[in-house]
Design a binder for this molecule. Structure first.
Ligand code: FES
Length: 345
């Protein structure tokens, strides 16, 4: 998950989920426990890959291409990283971490302090970026955004699908997993920016193709450009995973300044959430346990079922269909269109 802009530079997180996918599909069977680094390798300038095994020796839960895990660092920060090893490997999970000098310290701690034999708290896997069946796939990866695409490509290849990858990065030396990818031959086009300039998206994507799905992960500028190119493609054809939240829609008028009432039905508690405080924080302050991680509306950890009330969605994860369904919300950023919400918490 991965060349992440300022908001969450070293997170490799989220994007659009499969239309209509319930949160249970995102979560699947989760592991929560201690993992040991059983292998660490430098795979490009500023990128290390880590192979993690459950410290207990137990097998790890299954996952599908596009899944990520939460890594809880000793510094207290939680980061999301895409699983990029073989899907069938239940003994080890592989992730890759880009050093982000301007990040919030998570990636630097991993690069500077995490050695083979070291341990981490790990949670997941969770999948916000599932690979759906298609006859043809067009993969576009930028920088460390290649990571979720690796298992997708392996699956597309195994399924006999037609696929191709356009992979960009600053320089060839900064681009991870090239030997692995170049084994696929002409299906893979590697275009370091210092030699080729910006990716030729128009040439690669071509005209809208109803049989094809486009999967893109990388820096915001790349995703925005791919979204622009795919504006005329069928709904749902483009699937993206962002590293950082898109700009939050600013509510009109003084909507944002209003306190909202939030009933936590399962807990039998009703809270008043003042302006400037997230629903997540208010819930935490009330002592009701809830998972969270990015607090930016990109990772999906805090997704909560909505029982009543209209949600003002401000996340970067849910699809338009999921938003319209109004039955779930990311409480770290989203609020209410009206004055009241009832949540299944
Ligand atoms: S979406 Fe990550 S904590 Fe809410």
């Amino acid at each position: 998950m991965t060349s992440p802009p300022a908001a969450a530079p070293d997170t490799h997180t989220l994007g659009s989920a499969e239309a209509g996918a319930p949160s249970a599909a995102r979560r699947g069977t989760e592991f929560e426990g201690t993992a040991t680094v059983v292998a660490r390798r430098t795979v490009a300038d500023g990128v290390v890959s880590l192979e993690l095994a459950a410290s207990s020796g137990e097998p790890l839960p299954p996952w599908r291409p596009g899944a990520h895990i939460d890594v809880v660092l000793p510094t207290g920060v939680t980061r999301q990283y895409s699983l990029c090893g073989p899907v069938k490997d239940t003994a080890r999970w592989r992730v890759a971490v880009l050093r982000e000098p301007d990040g919030r310290g998570g990636s630097q701690w991993i690069h500077d302090h995490l050695v083979e034999g070291g341990e981490l708290r790990v949670r997941g896997p969770r999948n916000n970026f599932p690979l759906r069946p298609a006859a043809r796939y067009l993969f576009v990866g930028g920088g460390i955004g290649i990571t979720p695409l690796l298992p997708m490509i392996a699956e597309a290849e195994a399924a006999g699908a037609e696929w191709s990858l356009l992979y960009g990065g600053r320089t060839r030396a900064s681009m991870a997993f090239l030997p692995e990818l170049e084994g696929y031959g002409e299906r893979v086009t590697v275009r370091p920016q210092d030699r080729y300039g910006l990716l030729d998206l128009a040439g690669f994507l071509g005209d809208p193709d109803p049989s094809a799905l486009v999967y893109c992960c990388g820096p915001a500028g790349l995703i925005d450009a791919v979204e622009a190119h795919c504006a005329d493609w069928p709904t749902g054809a483009l699937n993206v995973e962002r590293f950082a939240a898109v700009a939050v829609r600013q509510p009109a008028g003084d909507e944002a300044e209003q306190p909202i009432e939030v009933e936590l039905r399962a807990s039998g508690t009703t809270l008043t959430v003042p302006p400037g405080l997230s629903v997540l924080k208010a819930v935490e302050q009330a002592g009701v346990p809830v998972l969270s991680s990015c607090e930016e509306g990109i990772c999906g950890s805090c997704e909560t079922p909505v029982l009543e009330g209209e949600v003002d969605h401000r996340d970067s994860l849910l699809t338009d269909d999921e938003r319209a369904a109004n039955d779930t919300m990311l409480i770290c950023v989203s609020r209410a269109r009206g004055r009241r919400l009832v949540l299944d918490l």
